[in-house]
Design a protein around this ligand. Sequence first.
Ligand code: ADP
Length: 473
Amino acid sequence: MRVAVISAEAVPYSKTGGLGDVAGALPKALKSIGIDSVLITPCYLQTKGEYLWDTAIHDLNIDWRGGVYRAKAFYSEANGSPTFLIDAPSYFHRDSIYGYSEDHERFAFFNHAAIVLLKRIGAAPNILHLNDWHCGFAAVEIAEKRRWDPFWRDTRTVFSIHNMAYQGGFSAGDLWKFGFGSEFARNAFAFNGYASAMKAGLEVSDTLSTVSRRYAMEIQTVENGYGLDWLTRQRAHRLIGITNGVDYEVWNPETDPELPEHFSIDDLSGKAECKRALLQAFSLPVEMDRPIFANITRLTAQKGIDLMMQVAGEILNAGAYVISLGSGERRYENFWQSLRDYAPRQVGVYRGYNEPLAHLIEAGADMFLMPSKFEPCGLNQMYSLRYGTVPIVRAVGGLDDTVQNWDAVSGTGNGFKFGPYRADRFLEKIYEAIYAFGDKEAWRTIQRNGMTQDNSWENAARKYVKLYEWTLS
Ligand code: ADP
């Protein structure tokens, strides 16, 4: 079986969120269990030159918008599996990866270029694994091509939803410019009077997956379907949930190069050193008995920052530290900054994106806050579990799949979990966590339960192979 994974971002070439982690790690995990896979992703301005091993194709000429776009393709295996990076400077050499009014055109081009590239290298995949709305275009192009082009006849498409809230909507009048003039294509994209790349992917792909079992159910509800729940319900028989894995080569407290000291489940002394280093990094007084509550995230409403705003004062009143790493909406950035100004000896804030700091926070913190409104999978709670940092989460999406609420009587559970999106429920769990933190033995058990949980990619990759086999059958 040959698999081509197509993604708008992939670690280490580019990353803005969980999609990048998944698209970088899955091909490597597939390779490790013997599946022949190739990854195709854009080459951004942000992609480090050291990852571009070789110019594989100097003249990747793409018929595009009535002319020819002269692109290139780099080759790399920096993520641990064969990768082609499409180099089209006018589309991808920009200050940020997303956020432009013509994003739909940028990714329509990327999809088409990926298909041209696969044909050029003569390797029709059995499975074209497409990710999020950015790849809805390829789902339609392949569905059309395999009717008349024998090269694509045996290719089947898998479409993975990483976040239903981003749907790639654009004016339907643009479709013909990207070669989607047929009735089939126009119908696939048509959504409420405009075109939606997410809808097209959901409608025409052979099978669908999403990134946790719980989210597979949630996207079939009005609340989380963002207008497309009727379609996910209609296609529910072709939809499964596979909870993301963690790349334990990157996120492992025993080997993590970003940490001042390493630690393991049998010897947590290095974690105390990481806590000390973390407090010092934020110029906070080093008082080791006070718990550190941490958060690393895009600052958007999805992540439950409104709930954090409501409980932050109580956490400070309890004498704990709060550390936040993230950037995003101005109102949330302002909130963290004013909290820091209010309590400079208890609050640490870093506004921006900082991968090494994310590792130090995971290692040095005691609790990790994820009160998300919705969370397709979530990765930080799984990193936290491995680093002995106890997650406090809302029971949604992948958070519900991976975190079990602590039960002091049976000694089971790896974190704290609440249901309704309410500050009082969140706060209850925060107080429970502070109470458990005071009981060294109980705390060690919660940490152990989390650190021994296996969220490896190998598990997830085997489920993807089953999905591919199902798609081909
Ligand atoms: P989402 O994809 O919705 O942003 P996930 O939890 O699935 O959320 O993945 C987020 C990923 O991005 C994690 O690997 C997290 O550590 C990382 N991340 C988010 N914000 C930052 C930041 N400011 N600095 C470093 N890493 C970040």
